[in-house]
Design a binder for this molecule. Structure first.
Ligand code: ADP
Ligand code: MG
Length: 725
């Protein structure tokens, strides 16, 4: 049978059948011939190399050995039985072991017949053993083509249990190529292929499965990685373009009294160049008539708050209200205090709304929002509640946006009741039916801010549809925080150091981990720590604050305020202080069990010090037992203060999925490209996608016909759109 359509189910492919088709679909998501073609090996093995039993080494990777089975026995064990075959060659003896499918395998094994056994070897009690080897009769082996780069496909436990081995998958793909010949449609425009010297789609597919040479394999990988990233970038950039043409936004064309008065009279310092640049970027966005949808990235302490405030003042100048949302009550409070202070000489009405705002105050706020007399509302999640409605919300600033869900952010869109005439934000529909006019409110401009620097490659993928601004410069005069790693056994010298700092008039944080799974234990650690610090730093000479998640918010605030007002010298806390807290006189931080924190968390925590003019310190306390990842994290923290550098290391250690959470997995679930290693290809892909969309946003050029088809297929099947921003 010759296949004409790659969307045919794999069931009809030689060597598959309905049971295997079912299994492949459930286990690997492979349904169609096309899926199978795009199911790529994750590595390649040299099958021209043979080992002798006496040449096996502990921890060798996969090896193949030629020999015979001379004995088979079944060993009963607690759960089920184990099949052990004695396998010999002319140099020695090893064992082949099976834990699953024992009965079936036992029946199929032939004694005293030459086999090639292939698998990973273990070394135990002086014997080498190979669990679940792939066995092939030497006579069969000689018939099949063996190469120095045999593909190894990803597999699952169930697949190997059901006997769908790597060899079988490879055969299926061989059959598919035999059926298809070399009839593959090129889906990248010739201009791009030429410019980047890419190999054709057909050649790439063939060589990824059956590499003719290492050089061709590399070329195949490059071509397929590029293609994968390119189509993702096309989607993201196109989403951004459509957004700009279809989602209307208020036009803020006035820079008026509020902004100018504040800027000329009350700005407490000169803005850094980076701050000036991003304010300009926001201004430009908010004057186009499209909704601003921007991400502001800036390391801890880079001065995002003032930038947010200036943007808010532009909204006020144009007759609108503004909202500033923070993930915690402490942080919202701090923003409120800082902003009321900055605006104290100006006639601007600012309020705060959090979970602990009293009902009476809430009513006042709701009313003032709706009659427009309240200019700026600062708060927490409480702002997302449907009851909170603005008269004219012009901008919503969301601080530490990674702490909020997508749905929560979307809620801010609905807070502004003024209607507009607009076509539906779907250009396909709008193009076919010009009459589809719907009335929708104009959403406020959205500015999301993050102090967790995101590696460039990730930002391009996950936030590729947003416009991104970066503050890449710290305010002048900041000293680098000196960071040291100390073992628990050095505690006395750490206490001594704390005393010296306190004697100089400084304040010190001592931070304990609080991790969800082991809450009770952590809490005990925190309390034990608090006690030992209380003993070491006795009253009345020393005063200590303590803040943790299980305290009532009023108590928390009380303790926090004592520290802010310098009534206490030491703040013992869990990670509740991680985000945003700004106490310039606190210049030292001791982080307990630092090995248990992730890199970005450590960096965030450390960002609480180094906020004043004094030299600041961060001491990372750990036990002696450290994993190699933990060592890398600690070394990185000691070596650098640069959040972007730290984020790159974090990406390498944890991979993109863990770094961003599962939310964006749609964009991060890559088949072949790797965001850690393929940054250069990604950059290229993004440039090319930009250029193409600039010239042909709707893929009307006949040269882009095949590209258009692929694009439509991808977006039809799984729109990544819904998953992002
Ligand atoms: P983050 O970006 O972490 O939110 P903040 O906005 O809290 O940083 O700013 C950190 C500190 O730096 C604040 O005390 C703020 O007043 C100060 N700051 C911000 N911009 C400047 C500047 N251009 N010059 C001097 N100090 C600044
Ligand atoms: Mg901040």
């Amino acid at each position: 049978m010759a296949f004409t359509n790659l969307h045919t189910s794999i069931e009809y492919l030689k060597g598959v059948g309905s049971a295997r088709a079912d299994l492949l679909r459930k286990e690997l998501g492979i349904r169609t011939l096309s899926d199978l073609l795009h199911f790529f090996p994750n590595r390649y093995l040299d099958r021209t190399q043979f080992f002798k039993v006496n040449g096996l080494l502990q921890n060798s990777a996969e090896v193949q050995v030629v020999g015979k089975i001379v004995n088979i026995k079944t060993v009963q064990q607690k759960r089920g039985s184990r099949l052990v075959a004695t396998f010999i060659d002319d140099t020695g003896t090893m064992e082949l072991v099976w834990f699953r499918g024992v009965k079936w395998i036992k029946e199929s094994l032939k004694l005293n017949t030459a086999y090639v056994a292939f698998g990973k070897v273990n070394h135990f009690n002086g014997t080498f053993s190979m669990p679940h080897p792939e066995l092939e009769l030497v006579t069969e082996y000689k018939k099949s083509l063996q190469t120095a780069m045999q593909p190894v496909y990803p597999s699952t436990e169930l697949l190997s249990k059901k006997g769908v081995t790597n060899r079988i998958v490879s055969k299926m793909i061989q059959n598919l190529f035999l059926e298809l010949g070399n009839r593959f449609q090129e889906n990248l425009p010739v201009a791009i292929i030429d410019k980047l010297h890419l190999i054709s789609k057909g050649e790439a597919l063939f060589n990824i499965h059956f590499p003719k040479s290492p050089q061709l394999l590399t070329k195949a990988q490059q071509r397929l990685k590029f293609e994968e990233l390119f189509f993702i970038q096309l989607q993201l950039i196109r989403k951004n373009m459509i957004h700009k043409t279809q989602i209307k936004g208020y036009v803020f064309d006035t820079i008026g009294d509020y902004f100018n008065t504040f800027y000329n009279n009350y700005l407490p310092f000169e803005l850094t160049n980076a701050q000036k640049r991003v304010v300009k970027e926001f201004r430009k966005d908010m004057s186009t008539g499209a909704q601003m949808n921007r991400l502001l990235q800036g390391d801890v302490g880079s001065g995002k708050t003032i930038v947010a405030l200036l943007t808010i003042l532009i909204a006020l100048d144009n007759g609108f209200q503004a909202a500033l949302i923070a993930p915690t009550e402490i942080l919202a409070n701090q923003h409120f205090i800082a902003i009321t202070e900055l605006l104290s000489e100006m006639d601007i009405h600012v309020k705060i709304l959090t979970g602990s705002t009293k009902t009476k105050e809430r009513r006042i706020i709701h009313a003032a929002l709706e009659d427009g007399s309240l200019d700026i509302l600062i708060g927490t999640h409480a702002l997302f509640e449907d009851k909170v409605q603005f008269k004219k919300l012009g901008i919503a600033v969301i601080d530490e946006q990674h702490r909020f869900g997508v749905a929560q952010r979307a809620k801010m869109w609905m807070k502004s009741p003024s209607p507009q005439e607009t076509s539906e934000p779907n250009e396909e529909k709008a193009a076919t039916n010009n009459q589809t006019k719907v009335t929708a409110p104009i959403p406020p401009h959205i500015l999301v801010m993050t102090a967790t620097p995101i590696p460039r490659t990730l930002a391009m993928s996950v936030y590729g549809d947003l416009d991104i601004s970066i503050i890449d410069e710290l305010p002048p005069g900041r000293k680098q925080i000196i960071t040291a790693h100390r073992y628990d056994s050095n505690r006395l010298s750490v206490f001594k150091f704390m005393k010296e700092e306190i004697a100089k008039g400084r304040q010190v944080y001592v931070v304990y981990p609080l991790i969800q799974e082991s809450k009770k234990l952590d809490f005990k650690d925190l309390m034990d720590g608090y006690e030992s610090i209380s003993r070491e730093f006795p009253q009345p000479k020393y005063q200590i604050s303590i803040v943790h998640g299980q305290m009532k918010s009023a108590d928390k605030d009380y303790e926090m305020n004592r520290f802010i007002n310098h009534e206490t010298q030491i703040m013992v806390a869990t990670t509740v202080i991680e985000v945003g807290v700004n106490i310039p006189n606190a210049s030292a931080m001791v982080i307990e069990s630092a090995e248990r924190f992730g890199l970005s968390q450590l960096h965030q925590l450390r960002g609480r010090v180094g906020r004043g003019a004094e030299q600041s310190f961060c001491i990372l306390m750990t036990s002696f037992k450290l994993t190699s990842d933990a060592k890398t994290r600690l070394e990185t923290m000691v070596a650098t203060n640069d959040g972007f550098e730290i984020a790159e290391v974090d990406l390498k250690l944890r991979g993109p999925g863990d770094l961003m959470g599962t939310q964006q997995s749609g964009v991060l679930n890559l088949k072949i490209a790797d965001l850690v290693k393929d940054g250069a290809i990604l950059k290229r892909a993004r440039e090319m996608a930009f250029e193409l969309l600039k010239n042909d946003p709707n893929f009307l050029d006949p040269n882009n016909l095949q590209l258009k088809r692929t694009y439509q297929e991808i977006t039809k099947n799984k729109a990544i759109w819904a998953n992002i921003s």
